[in-house]
Write a protein that binds this ligand. Structure first.
Ligand code: C5P
Length: 309
C-alpha cells in the first residue's frame, strides 16, 4: 500500500515586548494579577515539525546551548498535551531555530510552545480552532496565548486573558540583548521583596497608552511605556541602567526593560533611527548584542513553502 509521508511544517513565532506591564500583588496560587499591553515583534523563532519514530527536540541559533531538549522544554510539553487530546502518540521531531534571546524577557519559550501547537494542529490535521488552541496554550504558560494571538493585545489575569487592542502603524524597536538571562520567577520574587521593604511606584491604568497606540504616534507612545518589573530587574542586574541610558543617549525615544528582562527595548521614531541607535549601542559596550525589530506582527503561523524557501 502506498503511504504519503507528510512534508515538514514550518511555523514562525514572534517575540513580544510589554508596552505596559502593571503587576498586582502575589496571589495564593503563586502568580500575580497583571494588566499588560503586549506587542508582538518581528524578532522570531522558526520551528520545523516532521513525523518521527519518537518525540525529539533539537535547538540551534541564539542561546541554543541553554535550551533543554527534553521534557523541561515547553515544546515537549505542548506536543505531549496536544497528542493526549488528539488520542495519539507524540511522534514528531521538532527543530527550533532560535532568534529570540533565551531567558530574555521576550517570551521565547512561550513563542516556541505556541508554534508547536499551531504546527502540530497542521501536521496531524487536527482541525482545532484558535479558541481551543488558546485553552491549551494557557495551561502551558501565561504568555503562550499571546504568542498565538500576536498583534497588540491587552492581557489580564496571569496575562493569559486577551483582548485585541487597536494599533495603527508599525513601531520600530532596538533590542539590547544581555550577556546572561534572568529567570522570570526570580524577578517576580524580587519585586515582592522590594514591595515588602518599601513602596516602589506602581503603574496606573494603560488607557492613555492605548489611545497613543490607536493614534499610531511613537512620540506620544514613548513617555507612556512602563514596566513594574523593571525595578526588580534593575535591582538584580544594576548594569542595565547603563544600557537604558545609552539607548536613549543614542537617540531612542524611550527605553524600558522587556518583560522580566534583561533584554532592554528602545522605541525609535523611524526604521532609519532604529538602525542608527542600534549601531551606536553595539559600539557602546553596554550589552552582548543588538537587534532591530518592528511590531506589531501576527502570532504563530505556518509559513508556506515559498516563504521559507
Ligand atoms: O506562566 P509561566 O509558567 O510562564 O510563569 C512563570 C513564573 O513567572 C511563575 O511560576 C511565577 O513565578 C511568575 N509569574 C507570576 N505572575 C504571572 C506570570 C508569571 O508571578 N502573572
Amino acid at each position: 500500500m502506498l503511504s504519503v509521508v507528510p512534508s515538514p511544517v514550518v511555523v514562525r513565532a514572534p517575540s513580544k515586548v510589554n508596552l505596559h506591564l502593571g503587576v498586582g500583588d502575589l496571589r495564593p496560587d503563586g502568580y500575580h494579577d497583571l494588566t499588560t499591553v503586549f506587542q508582538a515583534l518581528s524578532l522570531a523563532d522558526d520551528l520545523e515539525l516532521a513525523p518521527s519514530a519518537s518525540l525529539t527536540v533539537r535547538v540551534t541559533g541564539e542561546g541554543a546551548a541553554q535550551v533543554p531538549t527534553d521534557r523541561a522544554n515547553l515544546v515537549w510539553k505542548a506536543a505531549v498535551r496536544l497528542a493526549h487530546l488528539a488520542g495519539r502518540a507524540p511522534l514528531v521531531e521538532i527543530a527550533i531555530a532560535k532568534g529570540i534571546p533565551v531567558a530574555g524577557g521576550m517570551a521565547g519559550g512561550s513563542a516556541d510552545a505556541a508554534a508547536a501547537l499551531v504546527g502540530l494542529n497542521e501536521l496531524w490535521d487536527l482541525g482545532m480552532g484558535r479558541d481551543e488552541l488558546s485553552e491549551v496554550a494557557a495551561e502551558l504558560g501565561s504568555d503562550v496565548p499571546f504568542a498565538l494571538h500576536g498583534g497588540t493585545a491587552l492581557g489580564t489575569g496571569r496575562g493569559e486573558r486577551l483582548l485585541p487592542v487597536l494599533s495603527r502603524n508599525t513601531f520600530h524597536w532596538v533590542l539590547a540583548l544581555a550577556k546572561d538571562g534572568l529567570s522570570t520567577p526570580s524577578v517576580f520574587r524580587e519585586l515582592d521583596r522590594l514591595r515588602a521593604e518599601g513602596e516602589p511606584p506602581r503603574l496606573g491604568d494603560p488607557q492613555k497608552l492605548m489611545q497613543a497606540l490607536a493614534a499610531g504616534d511613537p512620540r506620544t507612545l514613548a513617555p507612556l511605556l512602563g514596566n513594574d518589573l523593571q525595578a526588580a530587574a534593575l535591582s538584580l542586574k544594576p548594569e542595565l541602567r547603563r544600557t537604558l541610558r545609552a539607548g536613549v543617549g543614542a537617540g531612542a525615544l524611550a527605553g524600558l526593560v522587556s518583560g522580566s528582562g534583561p533584554t532592554c527595548a528602545f522605541l525609535c521614531e523611524t526604521e532609519e533611527a532604529a538602525i542608527t541607535v542600534a549601531a551606536e549601542l553595539a559600539g557602546a559596550g553596554v550589552c552582548r548584542s543588538v537587534r532591530t525589530a518592528s511590531g506589531p506582527v501576527p502570532g504563530a503561523r505556518v509559513l508556506d513553502a515559498e516563504t521559507h524557501g
